[in-house]
Design a protein around this ligand. Sequence first.
Ligand SMILES: *[C@@H]1O[C@H](CO)[C@@H](O)[C@H](O)[C@H]1NC(C)=O
Ligand SMILES: *[C@@H]1O[C@H](CO)[C@@H](O)[C@H](O)[C@H]1NC(C)=O
Ligand SMILES: *[C@@H]1O[C@H](CO)[C@@H](O)[C@H](O)[C@H]1NC(C)=O
Ligand SMILES: *[C@@H]1O[C@H](CO)[C@@H](O)[C@H](O)[C@H]1NC(C)=O
Ligand SMILES: *[C@@H]1O[C@H](CO)[C@@H](O)[C@H](O)[C@H]1NC(C)=O
Ligand SMILES: *[C@@H]1O[C@H](CO)[C@@H](O)[C@H](O)[C@H]1NC(C)=O
Length: 454
Amino acid sequence: MKMENMSITLFINTLIFFSFLQYQSSLSLSDSSTSFPKEALPTKSGYLPVSSTSNSSIFYTFYEAQNSSTPLSQTPLLIWLQGGPGCSSMLANFYELGPWRVTKSLTLEPNPGSWNRIFGLIFLDNPIGTGFSVASTPQEIPTDQKGVAKHLFAAITRFVQLDPVFKHRPIYITGESYAGKYVPAIGYYILEKNAKLKDSERVNLAGLAIGDGLTDPVTQVVTHAANAYYVGLINERQKKELEKAQLEAVRLVHNGNWSAAADARNNALRLLSNMTGLATLYDYSRKIPYEDDLVEKFLSIAEAKKALGVNESFVYEVCSDIVGDILHADVMKSVKYMVEKLLKENTKVLLYQGQRDLRDGVVQVEVWVKTMKWEGIVEFLNAEREIWKVHEEVAGYVQKWKSLTNVVVLGAGHLLPTDQSLNSQSMIEDWVLEKGLFGSVSYPNVSTNYVHDV
Ligand SMILES: *[C@@H]1O[C@H](CO)[C@@H](O)[C@H](O)[C@H]1NC(C)=O
Ligand SMILES: *[C@@H]1O[C@H](CO)[C@@H](O)[C@H](O)[C@H]1NC(C)=O
Ligand SMILES: *[C@@H]1O[C@H](CO)[C@@H](O)[C@H](O)[C@H]1NC(C)=O
Ligand SMILES: *[C@@H]1O[C@H](CO)[C@@H](O)[C@H](O)[C@H]1NC(C)=O
Ligand SMILES: *[C@@H]1O[C@H](CO)[C@@H](O)[C@H](O)[C@H]1NC(C)=O
Ligand SMILES: *[C@@H]1O[C@H](CO)[C@@H](O)[C@H](O)[C@H]1NC(C)=O
């Protein structure tokens, strides 16, 4: 899309947004819904302003805990950020881990693996210009992680002020894929801000979780060839060709040519896709790609927009090319130093990957984690990789040292909660509550589960 067209789309959505705000209070949201049953309505949804000098705002949907075992004023709040850059968190809401998932016939059905079973769950369309969020002008869309974090901080503090019941709840920031940049960025920003704020004004940050994340792109981009080769997807000649393409991205980073480096990464991934002929690199076992278009179709229905408190004329796209382009030069920039700082300050960090993801999977995460400068890194790398079971079945592996936990989830690709709904729910609940293998004690032990290759 050309920039001019982009500005027009933004402009139209901004206009729609403001005529809507003036009208919103008289709306009745829940009557005569067919594709959007009353029970599926969020507890709250709407817009959180991010700037005092413009009308830009972040759209959110909030789902209170279904069955919390603690008083709501103490129940953890999870915030979800989608990746992209430029993809809407409504993708996770209606396709991955929200309480209701969209079906092939564009209706909603309950998700037993929802992450709001015992925690409050907030989805933010981030950054502005993404999903239902509004950017007053394209110039206001952040071009780097600092800008993203600044807006997120404004949105989160606004959200907490919406209801006194939110005030003291522990906040866990979670997200997937390109949110491997956003999650550390907002965590780091909160640490910086909190240090300067009065106790009562601080954001009650309790932990950060990143699923299948891009965090330190330069280390991550050079792993695709070896990974695909050892999984048996390419031969040695193809491996060499792919290595060359990967190194081009690294060379361009070293030249400070960020935009071309991001292109080179895309090119390497396209090459891998071309060599393997797979339906998607997000999950090497899939016969068809993830059906994220269902979310876009569903949220284009006027009734669904109305139910969420969005103007029916809003043009919804699950991923925004405008935002993608504006953050393109940010793609290869690392936020590893932010994770290091967060760990040093004892912030709980969870990294988890679907074992079948070829883009931001197990190998791509382990490779940057082991280069971290953090006093616990040696102990972490030597910690036992525990076999993690859910209802007697192997669900994956958990490796943990102090505040850092890494989880590999079996039978899952990039959209891990879509593929392993109940196990992803167990994982997030146990990590937040520090239960089982996610507890504070790490046992060194020798595996007794040796089996032969067959
Ligand atoms: C939605 O936006 C359009 C275009 O700006 C406007 O004409 C209409 O009144 C708005 N609808 C509501 C319900 O506010
Ligand atoms: C916000 O939008 C309203 C309605 O379009 C406009 O009148 C106002 O000037 C805007 N405020 C800022 C700060 O841009
Ligand atoms: C709610 O939680 C309680 C225990 O905290 C449990 O006994 C009950 O089955 C749960 N109900 C639902 C609907 O999950
Ligand atoms: C960036 O890299 C591209 C592709 O190699 C090249 O065409 C362009 O001239 C480079 N730009 C700068 C400023 O070095
Ligand atoms: C890979 O690229 C070649 C050359 O462009 C093309 O002929 C071929 O059809 C592509 N294969 C796949 C699986 O995309
Ligand atoms: C590791 O040791 C602990 C404590 O002895 C035990 O509870 C746990 O089951 C062991 N894990 C494995 C995979 O054997």
